[in-house]
Design a binder for this molecule. Structure first.
Ligand code: NAD
Ligand code: LMR
Length: 338
C-alpha cells in the first residue's frame, strides 16, 4: 500500500516519497532541465549518490515519465518531479544544491555563443526562482555559453540581493575529464590517475589546459602539446560533429556534472581537501570571472587557488583567452541588466 504522503502529493508528479529506513541524512538537490540529454543521465547518477536525500527533477516537458522511471531505483534519495513554470518554486524550495543543464545544445557549425539568445533567458528565469526560493543553495551552471550564463546568474542574484560569489559555480569539469582522458592516452596511463588543470573558460580558445602542471609530473613534445591542446579545446565540437545534428555531449557531461556535484556535496558536508576546476567570480586575472582550481567547502568556494607557473605557450594562450572571455562576460552582464 502506498504511503499516505504519496497519495496526497497529487500535484507533485509520481515519484518516491519514502526515505529508506536507516538512511543517513543527506542533501536536497534539484536538477533543472532534468528531461534533457544531460538531465536524464545526470538525474540517474544523482539518484545513485548516497549524499542525496531528496532529488527534485524540474523541466518544461516530460518530467512525469523521467520521475516515475528514476524513482523506481532502489537507492536512498526520495525523487519528486515538477513540470513547467508554475511548479518551479515548489521544485526549488529548500534545495541545498541546484544543477542547471536546461537549454538548447549546439548543432554542427554553431559556436556555444550562438546559443546565447535562447539560453540566456532560460538561465535568467531559473535563477530568479533560485533567488526567491533557495537563495542559500549552491548553484552549478551547465547551460551554454557558460562564459556568459554564469555572469548572467550573478547579475540576477545581485539584483535580488542574494548574490554570494562562493555559491555560484560554472561547470567546466568536462574539460578536465577530457584532458585527463586524452593525456592518459598519450602517456599510456590510466586516465583516473591523471589530473590536468584546465583554466580560463568553457569555449574554444578560452579552454586552457595547463599541460606543464599535469599530475603525475610528465613532459610532452611540442607536437604532443599542440595535439592535446587542440583536442581538449575542440572536444565539444568533436562530439557535436559526431552526433551530426542530434545534439552535443550528454553522457560524458552527465558523468562530469555528477562528479562535480558530488565534490560540492562533499564540501558542504565538511570534507577537507576537495579541489576542482570551476568557472567562478575570481581575482586570479583582471577578469571578473575565470575558471581555475578552487577548494570547496561548507560555504561553496572557500579558496580560489593561484594559477601556478605558466610556460610561454600557456602565457600566450592565456592572453588569447582573456580577450574572448572579456567579451562573453560583458555580453552576459549587459543582457541581465537591459
Ligand atoms: P537537451 O535539449 O537535450 O536538454 C535540455 C533540456 O532543457 C530539455 O529537456 C528542455 O525541455 C529543458 N528546458 C528548456 N527550457 C527550459 C526551462 N525554461 N526550464 C527548464 N528546462 C528547460 O540539451 P542537452 O544536451 O541536455 O544540453 C543542455 C545544455 O547544456 C546546452 O546548453 C548545452 O550546450 C550545455 N552543455 C554544457 C556543457 C558544459 O560542459 N558546461 C556540456 C554539454 C552541454
Ligand atoms: C561541450 O564541451 O561538450 C559542451 O560545451 C557542449 C558543446 O556545445 O560543445
Amino acid at each position: 500500500r502506498p504511503p499516505t504522503s504519496q497519495i496526497e502529493e497529487v500535484a507533485i508528479l509520481k515519484g518516491s516519497n519514502c526515505r529508506a529506513k536507516g538512511a543517513a541524512p543527506g542533501f536536497k538537490v534539484a536538477v533543472l532541465g532534468a528531461s534533457g540529454g544531460i538531465g536524464q543521465p545526470l538525474s540517474l547518477l544523482m539518484k545513485m549518490n548516497p549524499l542525496v536525500s531528496v532529488l527534485h527533477l524540474y523541466d518544461v516537458v516530460n518530467t512525469p515519465g523521467v520521475t516515475a522511471d528514476i524513482s523506481h531505483m532502489n537507492t536512498g534519495a526520495v525523487v519528486r518531479g515538477f513540470l513547467g513554470q508554475p511548479q518551479l518554486e515548489s521544485a526549488l524550495t529548500g534545495m541545498d544544491l541546484v544543477i542547471i543543464p536546461a537549454g538548447i545544445p549546439r548543432k554542427p557549425g554553431m559556436t556555444r555563443d550562438d546559443l546565447f539568445n535562447i539560453n540566456a533567458g532560460i538561465v535568467r528565469t531559473l535563477c530568479e526562482g533560485i533567488a526567491k526560493c533557495c537563495p542559500n543553495a549552491i548553484v552549478n551552471v551547465i547551460s551554454n555559453p557558460v562564459n556568459s550564463t554564469v555572469p548572467i546568474a550573478a547579475e540576477v542574484f545581485k539584483k535580488a540581493g542574494t548574490y554570494d560569489p562562493k555559491r555560484l559555480l560554472g561547470v567546466t569539469t568536462l574539460d578536465v575529464v577530457r584532458a585527463n582522458t586524452f593525456v592518459g592516452e598519450v602517456l599510456g596511463l590510466d586516465p583516473r590517475d591523471v589530473n590536468v588543470p584546465v583554466v580560463g573558460g568553457h569555449a574554444g580558445v578560452t579552454i586552457l589546459p595547463l599541460l606543464s602542471q599535469v599530475n603525475p609530473p610528465c613532459s610532452f613534445t611540442s607536437e604532443e602539446i599542440s595535439y592535446l591542446t587542440s583536442r581538449i579545446q575542440n572536444g565539444g565540437t568533436e562530439v557535436v560533429e559526431a552526433k551530426a545534428g542530434a545534439g552535443s555531449a550528454t553522457l560524458s557531461m552527465a558523468y562530469a556534472a555528477a562528479k562535480f556535484a558530488d565534490a560540492c556535496l562533499r564540501g558542504l558536508r565538511g570534507d577537507a581537501g576537495i579541489v576542482e576546476c570551476s568557472y567562478i567570480a575570481s581575482q586570479v586575472t583582471e577578469l571578473p570571472f575565470f575558471a581555475s582550481k578552487v577548494r570547496l567547502g561548507r560555504a561553496g568556494v572557500e579558496e580560489v587557488l593561484p594559477l601556478g607557473p605558466l610556460n610561454e605557450f600557456e602565457r600566450a594562450g592565456l592572453e588569447k583567452a582573456q580577450g574572448e572571455l572579456a567579451e562573453s562576460i560583458r555580453k552576459g552582464v549587459a543582457f541581465a541588466n537591459k
